[in-house]
Design a binder for this molecule. Structure first.
Ligand SMILES: Nc1nc2c(ncn2[C@@H]2O[C@H](COP(=O)(O)OP(=O)(O)OP(=O)(O)O)[C@@H](O)[C@H]2O)c(=O)[nH]1
Ligand SMILES: [Mg+2]
Length: 293
């Protein structure tokens, strides 16, 4: 348990490829356990790969690995999320209306979803190498009331949104709709779904906005640490079916994350680096589907 906790901390603070080696250097007594953890490390980085072992071989898995970077690509993407004197990562500003939103030319990605689905926690996990960044999370739904902008050097901006559904700010639709419709440098909208419940009625507001405005979006399945594998797989297949049958602009691959256990965070960082034009993938190709976006 102690070793797992150490690995988790390492994964939060170190690039993924080095994490295992540094771990061995610092905790040689845990060698054996780490051997066991080689697979574990893989499942932390690619949570979907571990899960698909439990699937019936007849299930179509073609959309599972459209974005399938190598460890090298993932490691290079990590550099973008590490602050330095030349690459400051910090909260920039917040806005309650679009005319308050900053005019930024760098590419942007935003995170939307029901209140309490884990948007702010995910952003905090993505920025785990920036300990004082000040992303606020709460057990109480409806915590984030404004559109919060975080600058990642000159590379891109990451935007945390208020949630919709229970205890949403009353001007949510005006605020978020205007943002999604007019933000010219918005490269990707991440729409978060709770792994325990999948697509809910309230999510249709966000899906319809993305479809209507023709903006590229991707589902991120959150809190996967809280759901049993069988149940999670059931939800994933349902979400996939939804994507295939009911959406046009949604990226077909689902991204799974646990902000608590840090699963899927490195892969998502790499995807963000890629979609914002900051990472050219060396060792892999994004398959055809993405070009349909
Ligand atoms: N177990 C577990 N809990 C999580 C995870 N992500 C978030 N949570 C918890 O879910 C609750 C809500 O998290 P937030 O990140 O504040 O959710 P939000 O979507 O930003 O919520 P609003 O700002 O209210 O819209 C908090 O109690 C978090 O600790 C996760 O991956 N695993
Ligand atoms: Mg929040």
């Amino acid at each position: 348990m102690l070793c797992m906790e150490r690995i988790r901390r390492f994964l939060q603070t170190n690039s993924v490829q080095m994490a295992a080696y540094r771990y061995i250097e610092r905790y040689p007594s845990c060698h054996e356990l780490l051997h066991l953890q080689a697979g574990k490390l893989n499942s932390v980085v690619f949570p979907l790969k571990e899960l698909e072992n439990y699937l019936n071989p007849n299930v179509d898995k073609t959309t599972f690995h459209i974005f399938d970077p190598s460890f090298d690509d993932i490691k290079r993407a990590e550099e973008l999320f590490k602050p330095s004197s030349k690459h400051e990562i910090d909260f920039f500003t917040s806005a309650v209306r679009m005319d308050h939103a900053p005019l930024l030319s760098q590419p942007e990605v935003c995170f939307i979803g029901r209140s309490n689905v884990g948007k702010s926690s995910l952003i905090k996990a993505l920025f785990s190498m920036v300990p004082d960044i000040g992303v606020r999370v709460s057990k109480t739904p409806g915590h984030t009331k404004k559109i919060n902008f975080f600058k990642v050097g000159k590379s891109f901006t990451l935007v945390d949104m208020p949630g919709y559904g229970y205890r949403a700010p009353k001007d949510f639709v005006e605020m978020v709709e205007a943002y999604l419709e007019t933000r010219e440098n918005l490269r990707k909208t991440f729409l978060l779904l709770d792994g325990a419940v999948g697509v809910q009625k309230a999510d249709m507001i966000a899906v319809e906005m993305c479809e209507e405005f023709g903006i590229p979006y991707t589902f991120v399945v959150t809190k996967i640490d809280r759901v049993q594998k069988g149940e999670l797989l059931k939800q994933l297949l349902q979400i996939q079916k939804f994507v295939k049958k009911k959406t046009q602009g949604c990226f077909p691959q689902l991204f799974l994350v646990s902000s608590l256990h840090f699963s899927g965070i490195h892969l998502l960082r790499c995807f963000i680096a890629h979609v914002t034009g900051n990472l050219y993938l060396l060792n892999t190709a994004i398959k055809q589907q993405e070009s349909q976006e």
